[in-house]
Design a protein around this ligand. Structure first.
Ligand code: VG1
Ligand code: CO
Length: 618
């Protein structure tokens, strides 16, 4: 192939957010939009991470990863694939998707030695992280980075339906398998503001990405390989090295234990059949929406009580109950399979409780942790349920800003084993991303452990709900809820945040307002804007959310989202700690209603946003 230099000019707004660059599909379709960002990334890396390097390029398979326009001819033969359920599916995957193709052609032109692509371009975010860390090529090569093509839980597809934004996204992960740190993402952004040209190997032939194998090319600087492989192999191997699959298999074979997994048509579907059905013996009927689709079946691939409607109904948690007896255990994933929602029969486990419960049981229930936990960590807005476990087990504990990149440094330094976020993200130091399927296997391991004596007999099953209630009885309960106000006018959202910061200058004044709203809540003891100093590299991250901390441990946190593609999203996190065993069984919205009222009035939410209710409550 030949290398050509294409001249370009900077495009506004290419600043990576909480997790990469996420924009509407139509924004990404602008000429040079993707190319500029990719080159800005190459230019932000040290030369040895580009020249001669091995890079992973894959993602959740959302629309614009592929582009039918690239079809060579409508008479060209289609490829037949056998999908995860064993049905034959007609696919156009033979024609390399345009986004991948652009990145592959730019990688070749930048002197990259080889690119690893997931079969049919699919690779979950946790699988990418695992592949960077674990996989060796036939010649012993190791990957030093990855372009992950995903907008995660944001909807996808060619066109907006009922004015729901459809998004595309791209992020870069580093040699440790984790998201690029702020020092790199800042550099990428700076580069996007000055970019003048990028090299590309225009004439590089398409590679059949539906077939596993290596294709080699010769370029001006030598050889360039594209290797297509099935990342499920590497991922399954890693999961088997962490969990006791035999005991989970036994749990799943018990007639008392029933299970349902909803991939929301995201990339988790490419792993779910293999792991839950083939390896662990779950029924085929346990899988919902497990065929990855480029528009996620028109849904919102976000595993929460609002968007995972089918699963929620099956689990007996919605008004439109499906009728039959719900399964004992249910779980869902987001588009790129790094998030998880854990449900019991007619029971919701908050993600903040989930990570605390995993940490409390990891040593006994999960072989990978049998020699102990190095430490635990949570993001700032996540409830303090994990803090209580850390204290009681005498574990190192860290509170980091929102976004997975902050956990990686702690893990690389051997300071953290288990971590989580309130936003349905849970994970461990087996990789450097949150991991949706890992979380499900962690819960299955805990269930298997708690039921190990009774599984063959007639003793009543210890359920998800039993485990959570037992946890609350031991550690106390953190009532928790999050209100999201999506697509708010960006200027108004900023004003609301400024108003909250200004208020913080006088705590007595804040308390006067609070007491004027309700007299039955504790005093506010302090308030600040969260700032984080990384204990490993000393880097400082400012403006990470506004906190109001109450004397009884209650908290109100306000943040602006960094993953949206339209307007601003205000997130309000509300938390209250209850130690009294007689008061831990309340309905959480009811228990939190005094604090909710205070949060809404203190922030003048309706006044600033014009919204009388949030878009989503979790
Ligand atoms: C959200 C979540 C955050 C998570 C991030 C990426 O960010 O709140 O906890 O790490 O999404 O998750 P924000 O800035 O919108 O609040 V994913 O699964 O979308 O990569
Ligand atoms: Co995600």
């Amino acid at each position: 192939f030949k290398v050509t230099l294409v001249s370009t000019s900077p495009i506004d707004g290419q600043k990576p957010g909480t997790s990469g660059l996420r924009k509407k599909v139509k924004v990404f379709k602008q000429p040079n939009y993707l190319e500029n960002f990719v080159q800005a990334t190459f230019n932000a890396l040290t030369p040895e991470k580009v020249k001669g390097a091995t890079l992973v390029v894959s993602g959740d398979g959302r629309y614009y990863s592929k582009d039918a326009v690239q079809m060579i001819s409508k008479y060209a033969p289609v490829t037949y694939l056998v999908n995860v359920k064993g049905f034959v599916q007609v696919s156009l995957a033979k024609y390399a998707p345009v986004t991948y193709l652009i990145i592959i052609k730019m990688a070749a032109a930048n002197g990259v030695r080889r690119v690893w692509v997931g079969k049919n371009t699919l690779m979950s975010t946790p699988a990418v992280s695992a592949v960077i860390r674990e996989r060796s090529g036939a010649d012993g090569s190791k990957a030093t980075g990855a372009f992950i093509l995903t907008a995660s839980h944001n909807p996808g597809g060619p066109t907006e339906v009922r004015s729901v934004s459809v998004d595309f996204g791209i992020k870069y992960n580093m040699e440790n398998g984790g998201p690029a740190p702020e020092s790199i993402t800042d550099k990428i952004y700076e580069n996007t503001k000055t970019i003048k040209e990028y090299p590309i190997a225009e004439d590089l032939p398409n590679v059949d990405i539906s077939a596993v194998g290596v294709t080699s090319f010769e370029g001006p600087e030598g050889k360039f390989d594209v290797e297509v492989f099935d990342s499920a192999d590497d991922y399954v191997k890693l999961m088997k090295s962490i969990f006791d699959f035999e005991s989970i298999r036994k749990l799943l074979s018990s007639p008392q234990f029933t299970f349902c997994y909803d991939a929301l048509h995201g990339v988790a579907g490419a792993y779910a059949h293999r792991i839950f059905v083939e390896e662990l013996g779950a029924q085929e009927s346990a899988l919902l929406n497990c065929v990855p689709k480029e528009d996620f079946g028109g849904g919102h691939p976000d595993p929460n009580l609002t968007y995972a409607k089918e699963l929620v109904a099956r689990m007996g948690l919605s008004k439109s109950d499906t009728g039959g007896e719900p399964p004992e255990f249910g779980a869902a994933a987001d588009g790129d399979a790094d998030r998880n929602m854990i449900l019991g029969k007619r029971f919701f486990v908050t993600p903040s409780d989930s990570v605390a419960i995993i940490a409390a049981n990891a040593i006994e229930a999960i072989p990978y942790f049998s020699s102990g936990l190095k430490g635990v960590a949570r993001s700032m807005p996540t409830s303090a349920a994990l803090d209580v476990v850390a204290k009681s087990l005498n574990l190192k504990f860290f509170e980091v800003p929102t976004g997975w990149k902050f956990f990686g440094n702690l893990m690389d330094a051997g300071m953290c084993s288990v971590c989580g976020e309130e936003s349905f993200g849970t994970g461990s130091d087996h990789i450097r991303e949150k991991d949706g399927i890992w979380a499900v296997l962690a819960w299955m391991s805990i269930l298997a452990h708690k039921n190990k004596d009774s599984i063959d007999g007639d003793t009543k099953l210890v359920t998800v709900e039993d485990i959570v209630r037992q946890h609350w009885a031991t550690y106390g309960r953190h009532y928790y809820t999050r209100y999201d106000y999506e697509n708010v006018d960006a200027g108004k959202a900023k004003e609301l945040m400024e108003h909250l910061v200004k208020l913080q200058s006088s705590i007595p004044e804040v308390n006067k307002i609070v007491k004027g709203i309700r007299s039955d809540v504790a005093n506010v003891s302090s308030a600040d804007e969260f700032e984080y100093k990384d204990p490993v590299d000393g880097s400082i991250s400012k403006h990470q959310g506004i906190r109001y901390l109450f004397e009884d441990g209650s908290r109100l946190v306000f943040r602006l989202s960094g993953t949206g593609s339209e307007g601003a999203t205000i997130r309000l996190y509300i938390e209250q700690y209850e130690k009294d065993a007689s008061k831990i069984g309340r309905e959480s919205q009811e228990a939190l209603s005094p604090l909710v009222e205070i949060a809404l009035k203190l922030s003048k939410m309706e006044e600033f946003t014009g919204r009388s209710a949030p878009t989503v409550i979790t």
